[in-house]
Design a protein around this ligand. Structure first.
Ligand code: RIB
Ligand code: CA
Length: 308
């Protein structure tokens, strides 16, 4: 069993990723840290608690992390995730509130389990970057970091979703992303290059398959996805792919690249420029370039259908 910390900004697809993670016996979720991104950190923290308590997993601890990007004002995405961040699906508020200290939780858990903890980050990288600079051994003690973030122009789907160059998580906190990409942490990137490929989207047919399942997980998943399905006819499950990449690397193809995050100009803010490393130059990221869409969906469907 792999020890995992999920750093998220729930968010509809973060919530689905959380459901997949807690339903997967291959990994032991040590805790969830939340960050400002899709909505405020107050709401992302509450939303993680709402999801966990709704499916009877309230024992998993949730911690608030950073309430804003490192140097820039917060830009949220309620138009994509609903005013509450969970698709306005009226999921009950939690009985237990998140704790404070998310960044410290990441650093201490990694330090107490050297080489054993995988970080899966599906929001802006503010918490991860702060853990890396405030507790400077962390990048060397982490087993690996899997992120949902970036648009690497390695497939026809690899363009940005905030600007043509920039993906939301990196755009929101490019300085944090720059720290992470330059930290030498073993890094796997799930970018828009695969997450906006139609082969992995939840279309109406796949939505009905999930809605037809019994149990609280499937019910929660279909209730929160409704918000996006009604507006766009499909649901992009970017963050679920990051958890799947940790669970089933064999269904993904990756390339080793050297990535630079642009932070200086507004026009290129949060762009992730990926180039082949020169002879003797180290790559800093394994970037996913394809995934077997049907196998990915079967994994999600099977885990949502299992009780507990
Ligand atoms: O660009 C997609 C990413 O931004 C996903 O993590 C989604 O939840 C939003 O945070
Ligand atoms: Ca997210």
């Amino acid at each position: 069993m792999e020890k995992v910390i999920l750093d998220m900004d729930p968010g509809i697809d973060d919530a689905l990723a959380l459901l997949l993670a807690i339903s997967s016996p291959e990994i032991a979720v040590q805790g969830v840290t939340t960050v400002a991104g899709n909505t405020t950190v107050e709401k992302t923290g509450l939303n993680a608690r709402r999801v966990l308590e709704y499916v009877g997993r309230g024992e998993i601890p949730v911690y608030y992390g950073s309430s804003s990007p490192m140097t820039r004002p917060l830009t949220t995405a309620e138009h994509v995730h609903g005013l509450d961040g969970l698709g306005e699906a009226k999921i009950p508020m939690p009985r237990q509130l998140p704790s404070l200290g998310g960044i410290q939780f990441i650093a201490e858990t990694v330090a107490n389990n050297p080489g054993e903890v995988t970080l899966i980050a599906t929001g802006p990288l503010t918490n991860v970057a702060l853990a890396f600079i405030l507790y400077s051994r962390t990048p060397r003690l982490v087993k690996r970091l899997v992120i949902m973030g970036g648009a690497y122009h390695l497939t026809p789907y690899g363009r940005g979703n905030v600007t043509p160059l920039s993906e939301f998580n990196i755009y929101t906190d490019p300085e944090a992303a720059n720290i992470v990409f330059n930290s030498s942490v073993p890094l796997t990137c799930v970018g828009l290059d695969i997450s906006t490929n139609p082969s992995v989207k939840i279309n109406r047919k796949r939505y009905e398959a999930i809605r037809g399942l019994t149990g609280k997980k499937a019910e929660l998943a279909s209730r929160i996805m409704k918000y996006q399905l009604e507006r766009w006819g499909e649901v992009e499950v970017h963050d679920v792919l990051a958890v799947a990449a940790a669970l089933r690397p064999e269904i993904f193809q990756t390339v080793e690249m050297r990535v630079q995050v642009l932070t200086h100009s507004d026009a290129s803010r949060g762009a992730t420029v990926a180039v082949k490393p020169r002879e003797g130059e180290k790559n800093n990221a394994s970037i996913c370039t394809s995934v077997e869409g049907e196998k990915f969906f079967e994994l999600l469907l099977s885990r949502l259908s299992e009780p507990g």
